[in-house]
Design a protein. Structure first.
Length: 249
């Protein structure tokens, strides 16, 4: 069986609207269970798999997600391209709440996560090339799809992956800005690297939920309010299905 697209939904995206002929699959992997049952279905006649990264009731925090099981499970169901939808905080001026970005770089600040499938005695060690952490082909297809769907997205940006589940301090975000990060999220890694290990196409649709701590730069730093985050996320996440439909058409 092959799939046209696998989608990993993040905070605010726990099922995918518009999927037809749905069927749920619980997939066992050598790395344990995936976050949740995977929904298989059709969108515009194309075969799609959907997995909620945090599980449907948002019960799994970013540092406890079994990224290996998730990526392995989608691969085992026939996925060759994976679109990660990730809620983020915006650091760069054009990445304020409700913006959507398709990042092109990553800096990984996470720690203690299981980051590779090359992790057991006797397994062949592979040093994947990760110069460009997202797949060029899938990135351009997503950008073109957004344009066809009439939805503005920011092309490029560096995704800084933090450990969570707490949000960052102002100083941490200032350092990330100096490092060159434009967005901050907790779930972009090791998902992207694991997808590369399995030779899957992988791109990220980053949905900006809030200004990162102390942003926009130069403004008084307001506290980040959770209700605001959820309101922004709901509004921005509504723009994801039309992009995906255009991607599949
Ligand atoms: N920081 C890290 N992850 C996030 C944020 C943030 O400000 N907003 C949404 N996910």
């Amino acid at each position: 069986m092959s799939l046209d697209l696998a989608i990993i939904g993040g905070t605010g995206l726990y099922n995918f609207p518009g999927l037809e002929k749905m069927e749920k699959r619980t997939v066992e992997t050598p790395y344990g269970p995936a976050s949740d049952a995977i929904t298989l279905g059709e969108l515009g006649g194309k075969r799609v798999a959907f997995l909620a990264r945090h599980a449907s009731g948002h019960s799994i925090p970013p540092h406890r997600i079994n990224y290996r099981a998730n990526v392995w499970a989608l691969h085992s169901l026939g996925a060759t391209r994976v679109l990660g939808v990730n809620a983020v905080g915006g650091i760069r001026a054009d990445m304020g709440p409700r913006a959507i970005a398709v990042p092109d770089q990553i800096i990984d600040y996470t720690h203690g996560r299981l980051t590779s499938f090359c992790d057991a005695d006797g397994v062949k060690v592979e040093h994947i090339d990760f110069t460009e952490p997202y797949s060029a082909g899938l990135r351009s297809a997503v950008l073109a799809a957004a344009q066809r769907a009439g939805i503005a997205v920011v092309d490029g940006g560096c995704y800084g992956a933090t450990q969570g589940p707490r949000l960052e301090t102002r100083a941490e975000i200032a350092r990330m800005r100096r490092d060159g990060c434009d967005l901050v999220g907790m779930t972009g890694m090791p998902e992207a690297a694991l997808a590369r290990e399995l030779k899957l196409g992988y791109a990220c649709l980053a949905v900006v939920a809030n200004w990162a701590a102390g942003c926009p730069q130069g403004n008084a730093a307001p506290e980040i309010s959770l209700p605001e985050i959820f309101a922004h996320l709901e509004a921005a996440t509504a723009k994801i299905p039309p992009i995906v439909s255009a991607l599949l058409s």
